[in-house]
Write a protein that binds this ligand. Structure first.
Ligand code: PEP
Ligand code: MG
Length: 546
């Protein structure tokens, strides 16, 4: 048995085989030992095989996500028939005696750079597609299959690192837990693990010999046991059963109010990243959705999601929540949440960079597509809109103007639009300091304590070396929260918390005493939080000081 330690993201136990995921950069030889005619033949047969794969993917997507979303695979098929693309590959093979894989990779890169430099947004988006199809052909030429992180069997995934977009694409039914060498406790990948209720460890120094071996991921003790001894395995299986029993007990709190012993009520909502999480919201009896991180729709997509595709998602969430509040945060892309097709530049300080509302207010066509989709869906439930990363009144006014423009356009077209409440995330010190003025512009505040901690303490939430310094209990952070709550209330706003701190049971009493109106947490944290709230008595004096 081997034991390795790391940092736990979620208390829990996973038992199953380990599966190591390696992101391989394929090295391709430039010069061929074959004749150009033979390389051309290799290319042609790989191209036809890629066409066949794409046809299969189109059919699967058509069934699972509808015609509109499936269309991308048709576009890819057409690109692989494009004369300019084919001529470029052939030319490199013939004039440079190159291997087919080198010719395809080079053509993919050249075309991608050309498309990215074009003014037209549609052509810019093709930049990623041409790389994608080239990668598919190269994978066939080099004998590598489609990237499948998990394989057939349910497993504990082991990787150097996982990006948020890789994490959202994982087949959750096969993911028992995950272990990474890098990553920080406050990253979006960690947040996704908590939402999915999946035990995860980061900072683990694993080795390749682990692949396929049975292991126990023990989130309580921050470690993983590889090939555990029989006794330990049995004890861990027992503990896992105990966890399931506790979870079942919590289910007994369903339909009970979130009210303290002395009668103070607080709303408990849930955070989601995609439509698939709504089932967890219902299962855990949250009173609403306090944060729908809409950027995950973009991360899960190969191209800008269309207005209709987004409308279908928001409508489904609103309808399923049946009149309960659904707060959709507008696109918060950037920093660790990157989608290639946005064509964002590499930045020195991505957390302080071109992200979230800054992108939306400068690339209005993207913003308007999303706002129109949300407004259309608002006719089907109770939707609120929340703008992220706000630092000034001007940004809020500009965002509201764009929203108003969209509303007018839709109404002029005869499209139904519902009433939407408007709010902002308070996640920058600037927003806290401007809270009085900002509260005049909106109906609610939601405190994004993950970023608020990062910006208040000047600590990169992505940097694992700083985990020990990233202290959301720091008095500076808690005072910021109190200031925002009080300022919001003075101007008629309700104030919630949707950062990870909202689920911190050691602060629930403090938040209630501050007057926080709502806590929005990952779905599995809803019932444990309800249990804590129902055990508090605020009529007793508090020993906690800020
Ligand atoms: C936050 O910053 O606290 C927040 C809720 O947003 P995100 O974690 O997605 O940045
Ligand atoms: Mg944030």
């Amino acid at each position: 048995m081997q034991v390795a330690t790391g940092r736990s993201i979620l208390n829990g136990i996973a038992i199953g085989p380990l599966r190591i995921y390696q992101k391989k950069e394929t090295q391709t030889a430039q010069t061929s030992t074959l004749t150009p005619a033979e390389e051309l033949e290799r290319f042609e047969s790989a191209r036809l095989a890629a066409q066949k794969q794409l046809g299969g993917l189109y059919d699967k997507a058509l069934e699972e996500v509808g015609e509109e979303n499936a269309a991308i695979f048709e576009i890819h098929q057409m690109m692989l028939d494009d004369d300019d693309y084919l001529d470029a590959v052939k030319n490199i093979i013939e004039t440079q005696s190159a291997t087919a894989e080198y010719a395809v990779t080079t053509t993919g890169e050249n075309f991608s750079a050309t498309f990215a430099a074009m003014d037209d947004a549609y052509m810019q988006a093709r930049s990623v597609d041409v790389k994608d199809i080239s990668g598919r052909v190269v994978n066939i030429l080099t004998g590598q299959g489609d990237k499948d992180l998990l394989g057939e069997e349910a497993a504990i995934l082991v990787a150097d690192d996982l990006t948020p977009s890789e994490t959202v694409q994982l087949d959750k039914s096969k993911l028992l837990g995950f272990i990474t060498r890098h990553g920080s406790s406050n990253s979006h990948t960690a947040i996704l693990a908590r939402t999915m209720n999946i035990p995860a460890l980061i900072g683990v120094d694993f080795n390749d010999s682990w692949d396929g071996k049975l292991a126990v991921l023990d989130g309580y003790n921050h470690c993983v046991y590889v090939e555990p001894a029989a006794e330990l395995l049995a004890a861990m299986e027992e503990k896992r059963k105990e966890d399931l029993k506790q979870e079942a007990l919590l289910q007994g709190l369903k339909k009970k109010p979130n009210v303290t012993l002395d009668g103070k009520e607080i709303k408990v909502y849930a955070n989601i990243g995609n439509v698939g999480d709504v089932g967890l919201v219902l299962q855990n009896d949250a009173q609403g959705i306090g944060l729908f991180r809409s950027e995950f729709i973009y991360l899960d997509s190969k191209d800008f999601p269309s207005e209709d595709a987004q409308f279908a998602i928001y409508k489904r969430v609103a309808e399923t929540m049946a009149g309960k509040k659904v707060i959709i945060r507008t696109l918060d892309i950037g920093a660790d949440k990157q989608a290639d097709y946005f064509g964002l530049d590499k930045e020195e300080n991505p957390a302080l960079g071109y992200r979230a509302i800054r992108i939306c207010l400068t690339r209005r066509e993207i913003f308007k597509t999303q706002l129109r989709a949300i407004l259309r869906a608002s006719a089907f439930g109770t939707i609120s809109i929340m703008f992220p990363m706000i630092i000034s009144v001007r940004e809020v006014r500009d965002a509201k103007d764009v929203l108003e423009e969209c509303r007018k356009e839709l109404l002029a077209q005869g499209t139904a639009v519902g009433e939407v409440e408007i709010g902002i995330m308070i996640e920058t010190p600037a927003a806290v300091m401007m809270a009085e003025e900002l509260a005049e512009e909106v109906q609610f505040f939601s405190l994004g304590t993950n970023d608020l901690t990062q910006y208040t303490l000047a600590i990169d939430r992505q940097n694992p070396k700083l985990d020990a310094f990233y202290d959301p209990h720091h008095p500076a952070v808690l005072r910021m929260i109190r200031h925002a709550v009080e300022a919001g209330h003075r101007h008629g706003c309700w104030v919630g918390i949707c950062g990870e701190l909202g689920a911190d049971a050691t602060l629930t009493e403090t938040f209630l005493r501050m007057g926080v109106d709502e806590l929005s947490v990952s779905p599995p944290a809803v019932l444990p939080l309800r249990k804590v709230i129902r055990g508090l008595d605020l009529s007793k004096p508090s020993h906690k000081i800020l």
